[in-house]
Design a protein around this ligand. Structure first.
Ligand SMILES: Nc1ncnc2c1ncn2[C@@H]1O[C@H](COP(=O)(O)OP(=O)(O)OP(=O)(O)O)[C@@H](O)[C@H]1O
Length: 300
């Protein structure tokens, strides 16, 4: 794995309704990592702990090789553009223009040209108060503020929430543009499969406060397949006999549908048995996620 910009080690948090962790996670530098999880699985809590908005009960978090505590904190956060899941209510009476002026003062890397371009692109009136804006307009402002100081890392918690399809497309293009410099990192929490498919290099699956795994996205999509297999013996227990197989469904008497997380190993084993694959299909990320949840439930 590459160099890490965020290192989460044994982090725990008691949320009352949910026990998070222990979480261990390394976010690689120079890539887009997407955290995918069901509602209430702890994605925002994890992001808030990385941003120090929420304090972990145990474990440690390092940002850019420094523990996030003490005097480094502010410097470290200057290198991050953060778009939280929920807008800050303290900023309700503010305007983009005023927050931008404040941010410009504190962030030496602020790029005024980029800010003005984004304001024009997203068709924002920078003099309008945030609490007079629609949800999507306010989201656009938060994205502009996150990107305009050209941070080394962007942390985006459900960034597309409230955006219309045109604004969503613009945001996607801007994130790609941001990444084009090569040495930048994005950490993104999202429910939108298309967003993850188009942007992410790595995918982290989270469920009920636990991490189900981190995967290189293209590799995962290559490895996970649905196969329809013609088998001679109807009662054969494919789940346990074949490597990689995590689920089976009987289709017709001699054709079984199986789901594998390791298509190469499964196909090799099928070949050795002389069983024929009659059809192969790609899986979507959300289907893979559902299977990983089922597998984690079985393992317990
Ligand atoms: N401020 C809070 N105080 C106490 N518990 C909280 C707080 N915020 C969230 N929780 C709880 O922590 C758990 C995880 O919530 P979190 O918002 O991190 O999940 P999430 O994965 O981001 O969910 P979603 O996809 O719905 O945004 C939930 O059980 C939630 O009720």
């Amino acid at each position: 794995m590459e160099e890490s910009v965020v290192r989460v080690k044994g982090v725990t948090k008691d949320r009352g309704s949910l026990q998070l962790g222990p979480l261990d996670l390394d976010i690689p530098s120079g890539y887009v990592t997407a955290i995918v999880g069901s509602n209430g699985s702890g994605k925002s809590t994890l992001i808030n702990m990385i941003m120090q908005v929420v304090h972990p009960d145990g474990g440690s978090i390092e940002l850019f090789d420094h523990k996030i505590a003490g005097e480094h904190q502010w410097q470290l956060k200057q290198n991050i553009g953060y778009v939280p899941e929920k807008s800050w209510s303290e900023q309700d009476g503010e305007t983009l223009e005023r927050i931008a002026a404040f941010t410009r003062h504190w962030y030496p890397s602020w790029n005024q040209g980029l800010y003005e371009r984004l304001v024009r692109l997203f068709e924002i009136n920078p003099k309008q108060k945030f609490n007079k804006m629609s949800k999507g307009m306010r989201r656009k402002c938060e994205i502009i503020l996150g990107i305009a100081h050209e941070p080394d890392m962007l942390i985006l918690d459900e960034p597309s929430s409230g955006l219309d399809p045109f604004a969503w497309k613009m945001m996607m293009d801007e994130i790609k543009d941001y990444m084009n410099r090569g040495d930048r990192t994005v950490l993104l929490a999202s429910h939108i499969v298309e967003e993850i498919k188009r942007l992410a290099d790595y995918v982290v699956f989270m469920h009920k406060g636990k991490l189900l795994g981190m995967f290189e996205k293209d590799q995962l999509l290559d490895d996970c397949k649905t196969l329809w297999v013609e088998i001679p013996d109807w009662g054969t227990d494919l789940n346990h006999e074949l490597p990689g197989v995590i689920a089976r469904e009987d289709e017709r008497t001699n054709v079984v549908k199986i789901v594998t997380l390791n298509v190469t190993a499964t196909e090799q084993a099928l070949q050795q048995r002389g069983w024929k694959v009659v059809r192969t299909a790609m899986m979507e990320l959300d289907e893979i996620f559902m299977h990983l949840i089922q597998r984690s439930a079985i393992k317990k």
